[in-house]
Every structure is written in C-alpha cells, then in structure tokens.
Design a protein around this ligand. Structure first.
Ligand code: G3I
Length: 372
C-alpha cells in the first residue's frame, strides 16, 4: 500500500510536468536560470580538491559553469619556462566534465600572478615564442574540454590606454592579436574572451572597444568580453552597466559577467583625505560588521542583486554566462582586499553555506517572470 502511494505520487509528478527536466528540483540557481544563461562560480584549490563534500554538493546543485580562481594563472600552471603543472587543472576539468558543466579557463596572458620567468625575456622573438608555447600547450591540452578562455586579462589602464606590462614593453600592442591568434590556432572551437574590471567606466569602456576593434580589423577572432563585476552596493549604476553591455554587444561579441561580487564594506578610497597606506586593519570604521550583516544592509544587498539580475535577464540574448567570484562569503578575496582580515559579505551563500535573501531575490525574479 505504501509502495503504491509512492508510485502514484511519482506518476502524478511526471504527468504534471511538460518535460522530464522539470522533475529536477527547481530551487537552484542553475535550474531557475537554465533558459537564460550559464550560472557559474569560481572555485578555489580546496573546492577543486573536493575537500568538503557539502561544498562539492552545493556547487554541483547550484552552478552549471566553473572557473578556477587561481590555479590556472601562469605562476601556478607554468612555473618555470620548461615545466608546466597540470595536476590541479586536470582535476578541475574532470570535475566540470563529470557534472556536465561549462568550463571557463582563467587566464592565459595576465601581468599579475605572472610566472617570473616571463619577465626575464627582453627579446621580442623570444617572448612571442614563449607566449605561443604557453598558450598552445595549455589550450591544446584541454582542446574540446574547456569551453571558453580569458585569453588576455586586465590589459587596460583606467583611462583606456594599454597597461605597461612586460608584454607591452617587449612586443608593443601586437601581443594582443598575437595571443588571440595562438589561442584560436590551438582550439578553433573554444570561445575567446578579453576580461577586465571597471568595464562600466566610460574611459576604460572606450579603450576596450578600441582595442577589440583593432584585433577584429586584423581578421582575428574575439568571441566575447568579460565584465568582471566586482561591484558595490551603489556603484556602478544600472544605467552604466546596461550601456556597457549594449556597447560591447554592438561589437558583435558575447558579453559575460565573469567575477561577480558585491562589496558591502567601506572603501579606503572613498574617505575624503584617506591615505591608502594608512593602517586600517584594527579600525572599526573600516570593518563595521565583524559578527554579522545588519538586516538593513542585507535587504539593500538583496535588492542590489535583484536589480542587477533583472538587467541581465533583460539582456539575456547578449549574455552567455554570469559567474560569481566564489561560492560563499567565507572564501571571498574581498575579506582581504584592499584591507586584510575584514569580514565581508559579497556572495549569495553565507559562511555556513546557507543561501541569503539575495539568493531568494534572484529566484523570485524568475518566478515572477514565469507567472506573468
Ligand atoms: O599561493 C600562496 C600560498 O602559497 C600562501 O600560503 C598563501 C598565504 O596567503 O598565499 C597564496 O597566494 C594567494 C593567492 O591568491 C592564491 O591563493 C595570494 O596571497 C593572494 O593575494 C591571491 O589572491 C588572488 C588574487 O586574484 C591575486 O591577484 C585571489 O585569491 C583571487 O580571487 C583574485 O582574483 C582576481 C582575478 O584573477 C582577476 N580579476 C580580479 C580578481 C580579484 O583580485
């Protein structure tokens, strides 16, 4: 009798679903947003090693895309000119494949967390060869497995000019098309992105557009622009985010939100006359919520995420992926930047891995859309 009731309940569930996928639990980000864009998270080393089974289960339940937060940066994956270390990246890719996830590679050419041997090269041919070897070895190894790459990361200054790096110094701006060309030659089907922060700022946005156009004019493929999305409770405005999405999309490329988090703490740069070198570490003013986030800020935070996702949904035809920069508040880089040892609350899951009101605010947005 008990079994009969169970079978009937399952059958009822099935006949009430238009499609078999609807039987899956609806209360996850990836099931809620499955028709809109990939929803991703950055994974740290411990998560890639699957050290905590609860976190592992949460990641596969909520997200259908992953990015490695650090392990694929050149200082880790290519620490010496003649040696690569693929151990953790192999695990990361296997984990993504096992869970049928969209796997994003971060990052091939970046001046920061750079393998030190790159900076020793002063000859342009030698550096071009080193970049080719670096990109083709890494992209080639994961050909057909890694779905998109940040080919170049953070090449721009805030005024839209090119950042002074070892790459610019030795090769001039040719290093940019060169990097995209090598990545394409290694895997013609993976998506190739330029990724940067403050991509909503007008001067930087114009610089990014000029840069992408110059690469495209050479007949070299760029598939997308990554707007990192390290944003605050107030800034950037929804209007500036929207203008940026539209301007980038008008280049004929996809837009991805690649490193989303909302910083709720005061910034030393916002203080009038603040000296950035001042020691704020023990300052209550700069670390105002060491125990928990007050309800008023939690509400503001949830509303901010809801407004942002409302915009993403409006432009879902232009946005391929939205990735959070971490799973939960405890792991966020924003606990240590720009001031070490603060307690920040930038993500959708709290330190106990519980979904916050902001999580519900995103789900609610979609449920409302469905009922309209
Ligand atoms: O590897 C060392 C380890 O050996 C040492 O024990 C430990 C002690 O602090 O530090 C480890 O290095 C840390 C590294 O992450 C790897 O975990 C660095 O201190 C730490 O500064 C570094 O921070 C990373 C930062 O990039 C470096 O620029 C953050 O975790 C990571 O979230 C952040 O991510 C960047 C994106 O790649 C690009 N866009 C901006 C974003 C935020 O800065």
């Amino acid at each position: 009798m008990k079994n009969y009731a169970y079978v009937m309940a399952i059958l009822l569930l099935i006949v009430n679903c238009k499609d078999i996928n609807e039987i899956k639990p609806v209360n996850s980000l990836k099931s809620t947003l499955k028709d809109n864009f990939y929803i991703g998270t950055a994974m740290n080393e411990s998560q890639i090693e699957e050290e905590n089974p609860v976190v592992t289960a949460l990641i596969s339940k909520e997200f259908n895309s992953i990015t490695a937060e650090n392990i694929m940066k050149s200082m880790f994956i290519h620490p010496a000119k003649a040696s690569f270390d693929f151990k953790l990246t192999d695990k990361f890719v296997a984990l993504g494949e096992k869970n049928n996830m969209f796997i994003h590679g971060h990052t091939l050419i970046w001046h920061s967390q750079l393998a030190p041997w790159f900076t020793e090269i002063k000859d342009s041919t030698e550096l071009a060869n080193a970049i080719e070897h670096h990109i083709k070895t890494i992209v080639g190894r994961y050909k057909g497995k890694i779905n998109s790459w940040d080919v170049v990361n953070e090449a721009l200054n805030e005024d839209g000019t090119l950042r002074k790096t070892v790459f610019l110094d030795v090769l001039g701006e040719d290093y940019l098309p060169m990097a995209f060309k090598f990545a394409f030659e290694a895997d013609a089907n993976t998506e190739l992105y330029y990724n940067d922060y403050n991509m909503t700022h007008e001067e930087k946005r114009n610089g990014a557009i000029r840069m992408i156009k110059r690469i495209q004019e050479k007949g070299i493929k760029v598939d997308g622009i990554g707007m990192q999305g390290h944003w605050g409770l107030e800034k950037p405005s929804i209007e500036d985010i929207e203008k940026s999405i539209l301007d980038y999309a008008s280049l004929g490329v996809k837009v991805a939100i690649t490193e989303l988090d909302i910083n709720v703490l005061p910034s030393p740069w916002d203080l009038v006359g603040a000296d950035v070198n001042q020691n704020f570490e023990s300052s209550k003013k700069m670390n105002p919520y060491p125990e928990n986030l007050p309800d008023s800020i939690q509400t503001k935070f949830a509303k901010r995420y809801q407004d942002i996702f409302k915009l993403f949904l409006k432009h879902q035809d232009k946005i391929g992926r939205v990735t959070f920069w971490g799973v939960n508040d405890g792991q966020s880089w924003l606990n240590d930047w720009p001031i070490k040892g603060r307690t920040n609350y930038p993500l959708l899951f709290d330190r106990e891995l519980k979904p916050k009101a902001a999580y519900d605010s995103i789900i609610a947005l979609k449920l409302k859309q469905r009922s309209n």
